[in-house]
Design a protein around this ligand. Structure first.
Ligand code: SAM
Length: 324
């Protein structure tokens, strides 16, 4: 637990972005804020230093005790910390802003959608959710660097065939640092956007773009296709996100931006795909972050030749990678 908090607090890109976003929305002596997933209390303490009237921190983990001690040590009197999951809070005090840094390496893996959807009931009318928007990006990976790192099974040696174990390994997501030169140039695509800022009091879910939400907000599917002009081999996909904290203040895990502790996500293919010039790679990506699932990603690819004839198909699913 403390190791996660240590990494977060050491991430200056993250800390500065949240500090700037809070500075823009807090009205000194007036604003009342809820900090959902308050951890060490860092964001609550910023809120206090920015002059807010009151901050309520909600933290499900034992780190909440440390946040109380740190508040005392820093002479901060207007932050109250509750040890609870936000969804278990029966009658939350109404606030002007809910801030929640529950962003994962894969953006939605810490249930930020489900937390924010529930957090609408913490808000006064016209209240704000921060982050305001999360956009997710995908791009084919065309270098074998990460693939070779993961795919150890074929070189175990001793005359042993580890094919089944290899298949489990490939059906998984990996937190890796991905560089711009690992990517198919110019092929990055926004495959999912959730806008928390649009009418939080209306409708049953947030505004979404580029996505078919199958059963509910927590199951999100995006389709993208990539047609290549030159022959290239694709080893998997890179995922990253951009959070608009408030309009004009962004936090991004893009390989094209300043690095953060979140790095990027690599989704390998079962087998690398060799694309001839003119052929198309169709990707269908689904994420399921319902409470009971926590996180599952599925990614499938179809390769079409230049005449649009299907050449090959691969389907990967993190559930295949679980050994129960
Ligand atoms: C990424 S940390 C952020 C900590 C702190 N806000 C910061 O920015 O330094 C997220 C924390 O949120 C907690 N958490 C996640 N979802 C929560 C929820 N819905 N209610 C309460 N705590 C939650 C986790 O236990 C974790 O400590």
């Amino acid at each position: 637990m403390i190791e996660l908090q240590r990494k977060l607090l050491g991430d200056k890109v993250r800390n500065d972005a949240f500090a700037e976003a809070l500075r823009r929305v807090i009205v000194p002596q007036e604003s009342i804020i809820a900090d959902i997933g308050s951890g060490t209390g860092f964001l609550s303490f910023l809120v206090s230093k920015l002059g807010a009237k009151q901050c309520y921190g909600y933290e499900v983990g034992g780190i909440v005790e440390t946040s109380r001690q740190l508040a005392k040590r820093n002479g901060i009197k207007n932050c109250t910390f509750f040890r609870t999951h936000s969804t278990d809070v029966k009658h939350p005090p109404k606030v002007d802003v809910v801030v929640s840094e529950t962003l994962g390496n894969y953006a939605l893996e810490e249930n930020i959608l489900e937390t924010m959807e529930d957090a609408k009931r913490f808000l006064k009318p016209m209240g704000l959710l921060l982050p305001a928007k999360i956009s997710q990006f995908v791009c084919p990976v065309t270098t074998d660097r990460l693939y070779r790192e993961i795919d150890v099974w074929l070189s175990v040696g001793f005359g042993l065939d580890f094919s089944e174990a290899r298949e489990l390994t490939m059906n998984n997501m990996y937190v890796k640092t991905i560089h711009p030169e690992d990517l198919l140039m110019g092929a990055e695509r926004e495959w999912d956007t959730v806008d928390f800022s649009i009418s939080p009091f209306h409708g049953s879910g947030f505004s979404t773009r580029g996505v078919r939400s199958k059963k509910n907000l927590s199951i999100r599917t995006g389709k993208q296709s990539f047609t290549v002009k030159k022959p290239v081999t694709v080893y998997g996909f890179a995922l990253w996100w951009n959070a608009e904290l408030v309009p004009g203040v962004h936090l991004s895990t893009s390989p094209f931006e300043a690095p953060t502790h979140w790095e990027q996500i690599f989704l390998p293919l079962l087998q690398p795909v060799k694309l001839a010039s003119g052929s198309t790679l169709e990707l269908t990506l689904t994420s399921d972050t319902r409470w009971q699932t926590k996180i599952n990603l599925q990614w499938s690819v179809r390769v079409l030749d230049a005449t649009k004839k299907e050449v090959s198909v691969q389907r990967l699913d993190m559930r295949k990678g679980y050994i129960l």
